[in-house]
Design a protein around this ligand. Structure first.
Ligand code: ZN
Ligand code: ZN
Length: 389
């Protein structure tokens, strides 16, 4: 079968699986599970892959809800990355019920290619994208090191081939002061809440003088217990983001100085912890991005390069530092719907969302055809990646 016929075959296969993919997407939506607790989602997705002849390893990287499902033989290994975690409070407001199924649906269609040509199509199930950077943890354990290409399509409000994602790291802060009666003995107290408030003010001052693409934001998770007691403890969670790794390091020091300064000013003791997982910036492989555009356009969708591809941060960035990768988006919600909002969560079970799921799965499956049927295209993808290093 030539490449054109294979592309027709894989798109027909996605259509044949539409009902099942839509049921999976809706079940995962209706059973939102937080990072590292995606037991049902991982079980359902791996079951579907197993039914289709994939050999499945569950609990890879010592993460119970991570998995690797492969079909085919030898090299190259084309990986499709699946996410399936939800957000606290707003459920599937990031549409991972769709994006996980895009990769699974694409893989089940692309197995037809592996029946004809050498190579493997592999789904890597990556838990906890939202809260813990599951891929960053898995990257450290070598989960992506034997892959030739890694691709995924995220839920969004437009079709894009690339993503601009910032490097970021979470920072957890605590201040310890001295409790005292706020009116009778204020001079004996050390106010941990004031230390937190001064930190926010210092960060706000710092924000005038940082690169415009960088971001610093946070919340107070403990601000005291009673208004007549000087707060002896305060706590907060912050995220620092920057476009380049080097600048993130520079900015992290400046942000930390804001907390240190507030500790000195108030006399409260500072305790801080940077999260182990650090999200790397996204490196978009433009050769893969062009394949995405061409294949998605063949389905009648309007996607062009360069695109607006905006985003916060994604642990797919960590994967993109190891292996040529794309993190595309497909429209599954009306334009203007905000990611991480209840409106987005409500949109991701609509028929339009399932259309997006199927078109994105077809696009990825057709890229698998390009990569396995034309070694020169894969070579170009790898050349670009090497050339950037
Ligand atoms: Zn997401
Ligand atoms: Zn998200």
């Amino acid at each position: 079968m030539d490449a054109a016929k294979l592309k027709t075959a894989v798109t027909e296969q996605v259509d044949a699986n539409r009902q099942r993919l839509s049921e999976l997407a809706r079940s995962i939506h209706d059973n939102p599970e937080l990072g590292f607790q995606e037991i049902k989602a991982a079980a359902w997705l791996t079951q579907f892959l197993e039914e289709n002849g994939f050999s499945v390893k569950r609990g890879i990287c010592r993460l119970p809800t991570a998995f690797r499902a492969s079909y085919g033989k030898g090299k190259p290994i084309i990986a499709l990355i699946a996410e399936y975690d939800a957000l606290p409070g707003v459920g599937h407001a990031c549409g991972h019920n769709i994006s996980g199924n895009i990769s699974v649906g694409a893989a089940v269609a692309a197995k037809l290619v592996c029946d004809q040509l050498p190579g493997c199509v592999t789904v890597i199930g990556t838990p906890a994208e939202e809260l813990y950077g599951g891929k960053a943890i898995m990257a450290k354990k070598g989960a992506f090191s034997d892959l030739d290409v890694a691709m995924m399509v995220h839920s969004g409000t437009s079709d894009t081939a690339t993503t601009r994602a910032l490097a970021c790291q979470n920072l957890y802060i605590e201040f310890f002061g001295q409790a005292a009666h706020a009116a009778a003995r204020p001079e004996r107290g050390i106010n941990a809440l004031e230390a937190m408030i001064q930190s926010f003010n210092a960060i706000n001052s710092l924000r005038q003088h940082i690169k415009s693409s960088a971001r610093i934001h946070g919340i107070i998770t403990d601000g005291g217990q009673a208004s007549n007691v000087v707060p002896e403890h305060s706590a907060g969670a912050f995220i620092v983001r920057a476009e380049e790794d080097n600048y993130l390091e520079e900015l992290k020091k400046k942000v930390l100085n804001c907390f240190k300064g507030a500790a000195t000013a108030t006399g409260a003791r500072l305790k801080y912890k940077w999260d182990e997982a650090r999200y790397a910036p996204m490196r978009n492989n433009m050769t893969l991005a062009r394949l995405f555009v061409d294949n998605m356009k063949s389905l009648g969708r309007s996607v062009n390069l360069p695109d607006s591809g905006g985003f916060g941060s994604t642990d797919m960035g960590n994967v993109s530092q190891i292996v040529p990768a794309i993190h595309a988006t497909v429209a599954v919600a009306p334009r203007g719907t905000l990611l991480h909002s209840p409106e987005f969560a409500a949109a991701v079970t609509s028929e339009a969302a399932i259309d997006g799921l199927c078109d994105a799965a077809k696009t990825l499956a057709m890229i698998v055809v390009d990569l396995l049927a034309s070694p020169e295209i894969l070579a170009e993808v790898k050349e670009e990646f090497k050339g950037e290093k």
